[in-house]
Ligand binder design. Sequence first.
Ligand code: ASP
Length: 344
Amino acid sequence: MTRVGRRKTPVAAVTLLFLGLSLAACVPGGGGGGDGGGGEGDGGSAFPEDDIEIIVPFAAGGPTDTVTRMIADPMSESLGVQIVVQNIEGAGGTVAAGQAATAAPDGYTVLMHHIGMSTAPTLYPDLPYDPLADFQTVGLVTEVPMTIIARKDFEPTTVDELIAYVQENQDTVTLAHAGVGSASNLCGLLLQDAMGVKVQEVPYDGTGPAMADLVGGQVDFMCDQTTNTTGQISAGEVKAYAVTTPERVESLPDLPTTAEEGLPDLEVTVWHGLYVPTGTPDDVVATLTEALQAALQDEGVIDQMADLGTAPVETDRATPEEHTSLLEEQIGAWEEVITASQGG
Ligand code: ASP
């Protein structure tokens, strides 16, 4: 677990933690579970009074982690409390989402998740949570292009060569991803469909560790977000073939799009959003949404995202309404695509 935001001295931290816990135990909507309407305005204290934890469902150092840490500092500034980023890895992000779904609905446990929130219901028939029923959306954060990359000494250098090579060597070629349900898994699935192959997949706890192995030459290729690949592509640490958006990205202007390279159907953008468990009081969700919107307008965040090929969503999309409507639409859309891909 890594702490970001304002630092407390150990003594102050312990005192504040103790105070926070005591208050949480007697304040409606705080710490001990929400009632859907507690918090400021009904005699309780103003939220937040204690550290807020944002759960990242993948390993540290990957794209979801990177985006979360970008917004954690400015959110911490707005909220006046420390934000603690906790990585809970496993099963393509579903372990973390399962834990977040059953956390106290008090705003102190927030989940950052991406497009995987909409693909998991199709990919996991026994998913222990319902993305729509068990969570309240806080707002969208960003939409990130993906890139098709390989270890730098991988033989093919263009998409055409990649397709030919993988078709010929599908028994030995390896594809890295962050587990079933991850964005890299989804993109890898679509890429294999487009190439008409089924290669050996190597799942990791996140594309942070997967990237380390790709750079080290232990796996052959991967699909991953520009927030994790821009630096490695620019430094020549990996080979890049294409970006999965209709337009090229400014941070990688020489990289062609999948459509330019003859794969127009391979279009994926990885949207991210923040969630709290259902039952979280409305005013608490509103406070988190406001802090998210402020973070997305922070010049530092805008610059960091631009350097990595993405941008914050517009403020009017960083809302529960827009986020829920996208989630609903995406669950249906990906169910169709994944079912078709699995031959259903
Ligand atoms: N975003 C990555 C994926 O879903 C995982 C990660 O953030 O490490 O493939």
